[in-house]
Design a protein around this ligand. Structure first.
Ligand code: ADP
Ligand code: MG
Length: 234
């Protein structure tokens, strides 16, 4: 079922009519650009999954989003496409920060960005623990467009960095596997990041489980002038 955080029916920009599932949605009808459609074809991806059909329109319209769908349902492409589509008209500094709990997930996400974003020459940096700090620092100084990171390591770089880059131009924040990120393990790093990230940005959370802390975020009053996040429940 597709509902808004405030219980109202979704509007057209947030996924179309409220009762009919988007069974016939195509990437084109959801507003995905032609170059990205071509990139999807090259990955043999033909039709959007349910989470993609639900979340692409609100994300492409600039809205915050909480997407709940089981593992393997294509959540990465649901946030990668809007990032790449918006990036292609506004390339400037670190545009998007994707946070994920593990190294392995970070590399998988970066790989999808590399394939989908190849046509735009998107620079993606993977900043995770257990890898060489200096090599990562050089990558960060090269102003990647998209940084895919585990929270601990990106905070290490912000604390020890020489100030030649920062997160002040981030327009798009993704919490991937948000149920695992929004736990006490990551809480000091997330607090640090929320302090340095600009308040004016688009934020999306993707999760296989709607935990109480995610429900609380969905229910929280939005900042003045902002809509509540669009929420897709599986
Ligand atoms: P999740 O994050 O929801 O666990 P992923 O984003 O890792 O899932 O996607 C799982 C797999 O499904 C990947 O191999 C991805 O390329 C593939 N995939 C994503 N979207 C589609 C689609 N619309 N059609 C077919 N395969 C897809
Ligand atoms: Mg995933």
């Amino acid at each position: 079922a597709r509902t808004q955080a405030d219980g109202s029916k979704p509007d057209a920009a947030a996924g179309g009519s409220s009762s009919t599932p988007k069974a016939k949605a195509t990437f084109s009808s959801l507003g995905v650009s032609q170059p990205l459609q071509t990139a999807l074809s090259s990955m043999s991806i033909k039709l959007p999954t349910e989470i993609q059909a639900a979340c692409l329109p609100p994300l492409l319209a600039g809205r915050d989003c909480i997407g709940n769908a089981k593992t393997g349902s294509g959540k990465t492409i649901a946030f990668a496409l809007p990032i790449l589509q918006r990036l292609s008209v506004d390339p400037y500094g670190i545009f998007a920060l994707v946070l994920t709990p593990t190294r392995e997930l970070a590399f998988q996400i970066a790989e999808q960005f590399a394939v989908l974003g190849g046509v735009f020459s998107v620079r993606t940096a993977v900043i995770v623990g257990g890898m060489d700090m200096i090599a990562q620092a050089i990558e960060l100084e090269n102003r990647p467009h998209v940084v895919v990171a585990t929270p601990g390591r990106i905070v290490d770089h912000l604390r020890t960095g020489n100030g030649s880059w920062d997160l002040s131009r981030v327009k798009f924040l993704v919490l991937d596997e948000a149920d695992r990120l929004l736990t006490p393990t990551f809480s000091p790093e997330l607090s640090y990041l929320f302090d340095v990230l600009p308040k004016e940005r688009q934020t999306c959370l993707f999760t296989a489980t709607l935990t109480p802390s995610i429900e609380a975020l969905a229910a929280a009053p939005p900042r003045p002038g902002k809509q509540k996040p669009f929420i897709h429940r599986m």
